[in-house]
Design a protein around this ligand. Structure first.
Ligand code: DX5
Ligand code: ZN
Length: 222
């Protein structure tokens, strides 16, 4: 099984995001993860819809926008119009995750569902008909550069058992490194989000950083 590495630009230089996204494209990356934080659902603040729209032309392939915002409803239409291929909402962000997933698909965008480390998988059978990607948080959302939660691989395995038969890819988000990629891929993660492991060192290193993550993951996923 092929594993996709999705660099998170949360770890890039915010004063040079357009050029960072172009450099990723030149390095052969075809999926970029954009972490939207509201300073309320998570204790950090990043991008709004105009920023997502401005980045779109600089991203080759899939633009994956992870909304760590609550409530989601007031801002969802603006994010859906900003050009993302995938918009992901959190199960914990309000009482109407099912409605929000449907609104994403109705806008012609792929719908991602994210679950925090403390959230169980109980609701998945009732949501997966409306989901195109399951994002399992493998750190607590809000910051890059955190260590993988030890139970992450076991949760990915349980999530993949529910998602795989339906052809829904499972994403691991947070704490992905050349050391942890292997266990996450072995557990069934098909997309690995990586911020600090990709953007470590100067731009010339990013391609090699991505290659070593891919090698670590494909070692077991082949
Ligand atoms: C955490 C974000 C992650 C994060 C990953 O709230 O959703 O996407 O940026 O960063 P690293 O790879 O540094 O853990
Ligand atoms: Zn994320």
């Amino acid at each position: 099984m092929a594993v996709t590495i999705a660099p998170s630009i949360l770890a890039a230089d915010f004063a040079a995001l357009g050029s960072a996204c172009r450099a990723l494209g030149e390095a052969g990356v075809d999926w970029v993860h954009v972490d939207v934080m509201d300073g309320h659902f998570v204790p950090n603040l990043t991008f709004g819809p105009p920023m997502v729209r401005a980045l779109r032309p600089h991203i080759r392939g899939t633009m994956d926008v992870h909304l760590m915002i609550a409530p989601v409803e007031p801002l969802l239409p603006a994010f859906l119009e900003a050009g993302a291929d995938i918009v992901t909402v959190h199960a914990e962000a309000g009482p109407h995750v099912h409605r929000n997933l449907r609104a994403i698909r109705a806008a012609g965008v792929r719908a991602g569902l994210a679950i925090n480390p403390g959230t169980g998988l109980d609701a998945l059978p009732w949501l997966l008909d409306d989901v195109d990607l399951l994002c399992v948080m493998t750190v607590n959302p809000g910051f890059g550069g955190q260590s993988l939660i030890p139970s992450a691989a076991a949760k990915i395995r349980a999530a993949a058992a529910l998602c795989r038969p339906r052809g829904i890819p499972v994403m691991a988000d947070g704490g992905v490194s050349a050391e942890t990629a292997r266990s996450l891929a072995a557990a069934g993660a098909e997309v690995l989000v990586a911020g600090s492991a990709v953007f470590a060192g100067p731009q010339e290193r990013w391609g090699a950083n991505i290659a070593s993550l891919r090698r670590a993951a494909e070692d077991v996923a082949a």
